[in-house]
Design a protein around this ligand. Structure first.
Ligand code: FCB
Length: 453
């Protein structure tokens, strides 16, 4: 019953989304700080200036994690808080914040999983070309070294980049996210290539400077195709679609996972992108393809797929009235079965679900509690599917619920509430939602309560 022995139960958040203290203690500006200042970028003109004020309230927040019984917490480091200009001078106060947070977590018996880049890019480096600059991967490696030298006597788990599909695609091709650029596709691919180089060089830096043996992975967006039926044709169609590149954007798995894990760009993407692909230097693919210990994937939903008459993958829309989260993602628990399964079959690398969760319309009821039955049902259904994957031999090492706290949901501002813990932003009061108490039982039983609660 339950999940495999040693399975890790956690929750996640990221620096810009929860820390606040955007202009304190020597922190430099990030592209999200400047992007939020631009009119019309963020819902209701909001920003992460204060967010959950986690920078000042981290002790209370770690206390809440402990109360929920988390075994691990996935946090991210704000690059400009640690190296305000992106390269060069270090900000000791910024670094000390993560030092104290690490100690606090370990004292609570919570294992830190540290993401080195979850989108808050130093504004100063953006002015020097950002990800378009060939030097950007060296800038990143320099910052990674600083962090690793400080924390690696205690931190074992590292995640290089969070969702390159999003910060390159949404940030540099479509302009919805910081820095808000709408580049030509050829330039988007340069930025993508440099981000992949940054991933590789970050791993090299961690391996070179870590004081203990580390475990390293990427957190990719898990774009999941779920077979519409169990027929072998539909399963094959979904598998094929999941590992294909079919449009000139960043929204696919393989343009990111194959260089990183196989040391080459996928052939179909290579053909489709053609002359837009930048010149690749000889050693680049070797640098990008560093040995990794796990594949992190953020999975929120799946796309139903079947084999058309000619055998090609074909999208199958969800029926009218199908359940949706407040963010308007279709509720599709099978994504946590097929996603890990297909990825495991192809890459043979242990999977960590680095994010999964839902935004819900939560508020504090008259009884002072936050009742979120939809989130409980959502997590329950998804975790049962993940359990099924484990039972079928897929090696899954851990699961991180997104998110520990309600937080700043990028362009959606504070409209979307993803937390296990409710945050009343004007007072910064935290309230554990019903789902937090439910998750506590799941963790304590290593998932054996699933199907029964
Ligand atoms: C993911 C991001 C994370 C959060 C969730 C809801 O794409 O990695 O920061 O916004 O979506």
């Amino acid at each position: 019953m339950g999940f495999p022995k040693g399975f890790v139960w956690g929750a996640a958040a990221s620096s810009y989304q929860i820390e606040g203290a955007a202009h304190e203690d020597g922190k430099g500006l990030s592209t999200w700080d400047t992007f939020c200042q631009k009119a019309g970028t963020i819902w209701n003109g909001q920003s992460g200036d204060t967010a959950c004020d986690h920078y000042h309230r981290y002790e209370e927040d770690v206390g809440l994690m402990k109360q929920i019984g988390l075994q691990a917490y996935r946090l991210s480091i704000s690059w400009p808080r640690v190296v305000p200009q992106g390269t060069g001078a270090i900000n000791p106060k910024g670094l000390e914040f993560y030092d104290r947070l690490t100690d606090k977590l370990l004292a609570a018996d919570i294992s830190p999983y540290v993401t080195l880049f979850h989108w808050d890019y130093p504004d100063e480096l953006y002015r020097r070309g950002g990800w378009l600059n060939r030097d950007s991967s060296d800038w990143f490696a320099e910052y990674v070294k600083v962090v690793v030298e400080k924390l690696s006597d205690r931190v074992k788990y590292w995640i290089t980049l969070n969702e390159p599909q999003c910060f390159i695609g949404l940030g540099h091709q479509f302009g919805f996210h910081a820095p808000g650029d709408k580049l030509e596709f050829a330039e988007v691919l340069i930025a993508a290539h440099n981000a992949l180089l940054a991933h590789g060089k970050a791993i090299q830096a961690i391996r070179a400077y870590s004081k203990i043996k580390s475990q390293i992975g990427l957190a990719s967006v898990g774009i999941v195709n779920v077979p519409a039926t169990d027929s072998s044709e539909d399963v094959e169609a979904a598998r094929h679609a999941m590992f294909s590149v079919t449009s000139k954007d960043c929204w696919n798995n393989t343009w990111w996972t194959e260089p990183v894990l196989f040391g080459r760009y996928p052939e179909d993407g290579w053909e489709l992108f053609g002359s837009d692909i930048p010149p690749i230097q000889d050693k680049d693919m070797k640098t990008i393809c560093q040995p990794q210990d796990f594949l992190g994937v953020n999975i929120y939903f799946g796309q139903r797929t079947r084999a058309s008459k000619d055998g090609q993958p074909e999208a199958v829309p969800f029926p009218v009235g199908h359940a949706m989260t407040a963010f308007r993602f279709p509720v599709s628990p099978e994504a946590l079965y097929w996603g890990p399964r297909f990825l495991w079959e192809r890459y043979q690398l242990p999977i960590v679900i680095t994010e999964n969760g839902m935004s819900n319309i939560d508020w504090a009821s008259l009884d002072g509690k936050v009742h979120d039955p939809q989130r409980i049902d959502f997590l329950h259904r998804y975790l049962l599917e993940l359990q099924r994957a484990c039972k079928h031999g897929v090696e899954v090492h851990g699961y991180f619920q997104w998110s520990i706290l309600d937080n700043f949901e990028w362009t959606e501002g504070y409209k979307e509430r993803y937390g296990l813990v409710y945050v009343d932003y004007p007072t910064q009061k935290r309230i554990l939602k019903d789902s937090a108490y439910w998750y506590k039982k799941v963790i304590a039983s290593n998932g054996a309560t699933l199907g029964k609660l």
